[in-house]
Design a binder for this molecule. Sequence first.
Ligand code: 4YB
Length: 464
Amino acid sequence: LTSYFATWPWQHWATKRPSAAALCFGEQTFSWTEVAARVDDYAQGLVEQGVKRDQVIAVVAPNSIQVLWLILAIIRVGARYVGLNPRSTQSELDQQLELLHCDYIWYPAKTGHVFEQYQRVRLLPPQQHRLVPVTWQPTRPATLTLTSGSTGQPKAVVHSAQSQLASAEGLLEWMDFSEKDSWLLSLPLFHISGLAIVWRWLYRGARLVVAETAMFDAALAAVTHASLVPTQLQRLLATQKDPDSPSLALKEVLLGGAVIPVSLTDQAEKLGINCWCGYGLTEMGSTVTVKRADASAGVGSVLPNRELTLKDGEILVRGKTLCIGYYRNKTIFPVAEDEWFATKDLGRWLDEELHILGRIDNMFISGGENIQPEEIEKVLLTHPVVKQAFVLPVDDSEFGQRPVAVVETDKALDENLKKGLHSHMEAQVTAFRRPVEYMPLPDTLGGGIKVSRKRLAEWLKKQG
Ligand code: 4YB
């Protein structure tokens, strides 16, 4: 195994380009020397609080510069970082923390949650100056990332620095990201898409921009690079219609996590933003396939350091970016039975590019016919007012199950629009696949980085 750096990546850059700007937070800029010094300080602070190698530290917080310092310091002491979504309910967090058996927890002063059983750590400067006795070992477990899958049962995916640097290396062979460029920390550090930004920054020795929520839009206009889920890009394009909005420095946007409508990338490209359409997953350290946006709805071809094959329509993946395993009961279990990891995603090659057809476990049966919800969602998304669309089954005495559409629209979803949507579908979708009803996506379920189908289904059940 080749290793990317001979020492901690921040130490490498502190030696190579000590005064280059590495990290920007509001008005503050840290050079690589300053980043390396801070990480060592906070790492020493963790050691003084009792943190040891291989221990697990859970962080329940939205993105902030503190969370970034914590992640780097945790890795520096040979411990393991796991981020939890602070918008989860108490019972979800309790379930996740139980799975993780974490040794310590960090959360901001203001929290709506209770974490009585867990010992709290702080981000403290060291009391004594002594170097943390852990050397750079790129293959040791460094981060745990929760992924819920379809069942909603969380799994903790373990990655090493090596697997995530391999992910960064492959992507940056295709996508330009120079030392002078800045990538906004535009996705949560408790999700693989946010962590992947940190590893690309470390791999390249470029600039990372961390913004408070209130400054997010301004920061997004000022950086050169960002990773966005399609709904974030949609929001950005909407703000650009305001003549007072700041002009964009944004050159490259990496999209992923959900279906990326061609109409969306068309609009962004017209504003001069180079859009990259990706398909990725937590187990592979984010992006697996990618392409520059074009007229087709595919997700491009396989990046270096990854391999992909189809088996009975299912996407299987492997390679240097594959995680070490799943963490439970204080043990790391392998993710793949035979070296290939089965994604549960259905895919197809069309003109040398991968197309994602949907998830195997979203499929349902209506009157004896298979229905793949994503197929219907794709058609809904071609309607000009539809911004997000989800098709879910509802129980039906005659058909077993029938499709219902939950949509986010530009205009109010009144009877008129419902009729419009129905005729849009009538023209393109066979009768048994057409939604029997259209409902507005509730605000409480539409935010965040990914809409949970499990939560949507629970909400739908309550609607009667
Ligand atoms: C898709 C999909 C697609 C994933 N079409 N379904 O750095 C990045 O690659 C990045 C940049 C911007 C936004 C997101 C990312 C990601 O990492 C996304 C990775 C991700 O979503 N991981 S996940 O474990 O939470 O979910 C994986 C699942 O998401 C896949 O198994 C697919 O079902 C789905 N998905 N990209 C359609 N382009």
